[in-house]
Design a binder for this molecule. Sequence first.
Ligand code: ADP
Ligand code: MG
Length: 701
Amino acid sequence: MSKDIPALYGSLVFNDKVMRNKLPKDMYKALKKTIQNGTHLELDVANSVAVAMKEWAVENGATHYTHWFQPMTGFTAEKHDSFISPTDGGEVIMDFSGKELVKGEPDASSFPSGGLRATFEARGYTAWDPTSPAFIKDNTLYIPTAFCSYSGEALDKKTPLLRSMEALSKEAVKMLKLLGRDDVTTVNTTVGPEQEYFLVDKELYNKRRDLIFCGRTLIGAPAPKGQEMEDHYFGALKPRVSAYMHDLDEELWKLSIPAKTKHNEVAPAQHELAPIFETANVAVDHNQLTMELMKKTAEKHGLVCLLHEKPFEGINGSGKHNNWSLTTNTGDNLLNPGKTPAENIQFLVFLMAVIKAVDDYADLMRISVAGAGNDHRLGGNEAPPAIVSIFLGDELTEVLKSIEEDRYFGKHETIQMDIGAHVLPHFTKDNTDRNRTSPFAFTGNKFEFRMLGSSTSVSNPNMVLNAAVAESLAQFYEELKEAEPGRMEEAVHELIKRAIRKHKKVLFNGNGYTEEWVEEAKRRGLYNLASTPEALKEFISDKNVKLLTEHHIFTKEEIFSRYEILLENYVKTIEIEAKTLHEMLAKDFLPAVSAYAGDVAKNAASKKAFLPSVSTASEETLVCSLSDAYEVLSSGLDSITEVLAQIREKTETSMQDAANTCLNEMLPLMDTLRKTADEAETKIPEGYLPYPTYDQLLFSV
Ligand code: ADP
Ligand code: MG
């Protein structure tokens, strides 16, 4: 039976069609104006929208509503209220007011604030974000909101993103006016995040403490077969996976999430889902929902969806490719090279603005994807290194080089109107996407930022990109604004010449996975922030504080509070991993080692008793090696406890110190113990191990 997908699509979303049907005409117009231009929403409009929303929600089975927000935990949060309101007669009606729609007051004291909000001021506010549509999930009306403290500081990931979109739009519109584009009033950032994930069997998952508590395996010897045959990438979908993906697509479509592409990834049990791009703010909300529904739908199929960046040692981890571009309200993609010179000049300015932004704020870009999980991936020969560089492809690189060297205009008497006419028309999308090792690649009409981890909210990376590009454009504007009318082409040419000289160091078309590139990047003076604690230190540098405060993305207090929160998240993650490893060794693995070694010894003894002349040398070797491992791991348990105590103590005085101890003491210790355990695991029969091995986890679905 075929399903009516167009009818299904968006059926649980309070979208434009519903609004048009349900709202009085003037109210509909006022709301549209707010959504499109970000203008203030009057209370009478809010009241009218609330009535329509409630009516539609109740018709679709909703009994509750919730203000849905994205606190700094990295997850989404929600508090549910029912629509019921008592009447005099002891009955109830379903009620929802404009005030309840636009503002909520959840207790904020249990959300991370990095010291922004003293705990006695527990009030936090959620404010309706009309630019992201409300939807129904689990019989509840979900209202996307921003979350801030009593005094207005942002406590979430949406607020700074919205601020950055505004900053970029403002600077881009100014620049476009200067280039003669009076038709453009707003510029939107567009985002399409490609999401990778693993699927494992739920029953197997339930037997592993490390997967349950950390989302990744802390011990586990490699399976005989990994990804070396490269037979999984784009391979045929297995029935169980295919059923899951179908189900997931439908759940996503009901919420207007434009899931488009799905396929198997490189590693066994690894898959990818890519949506069609949307406005950044909506794309962020939709990616959060996608991750949530990936997990929920998996449960229905007896599966667990792992979104950790590195669930399994020795095979590829999961990332998220953030495709990003700029679109005008008139529908132009500003990163489209175009065909006519006039378009090209606009393209070159925006292209150069991005190059400059990434070079100037490579550290912030790295920070925007920092986290304990992603540290396992970056630089691990499966993902870009921690060095941020840009891949442009040969042709665009040549365009910029010829401008730099004045070859571009050399043959022409007048400088007018030839920018790009020679080279750009040859330029096609296909030439650009061959380099998969670059962390930031131009892919025809957009940039693809590939450093994100699979579980990362796409909010921060886009916020940083927007802010940095806004700053480039603002600086370019200052350089171009005095250009004589009619000489703009020449002025742009000179600007690009200066800018490319300064910023070409960030361009790299070669293989980003090699050791030579690491050396070369060092010579060029590029950042290589290998770990989260190293990266986060740069977050609060003067340069970065200046950028983010001048464009009103953050106040200085907000930046410092976020720095604390990010460090604390890192420390807590490593602490949980260390405690889990401790528990897993003590309660699962060591008893298995001991039981097996004991049995082997007993069997050898009875063999010897039965037949004194027989050799038991192999058994002795085996028991010795297992006993050695037992010793190392047992004393390792004490070391874990000691280092954990050091970390806790340091959190009292300096979160950065605590994070450094996690990085420099705990992680190497965990690695060493893992090596010993994995080596021993290969000697122990499956029946003795209380948890499933990599073979089972990776090849069972
Ligand atoms: P691939 O990266 O596999 O070559 P595509 O070129 O189809 O695949 O694009 C990948 C992602 O980029 C998709 O999510 C797509 O919607 C998104 N994308 C395409 N154009 C834009 C754009 N202008 N802005 C943002 N994202 C875009
Ligand atoms: Mg891609």
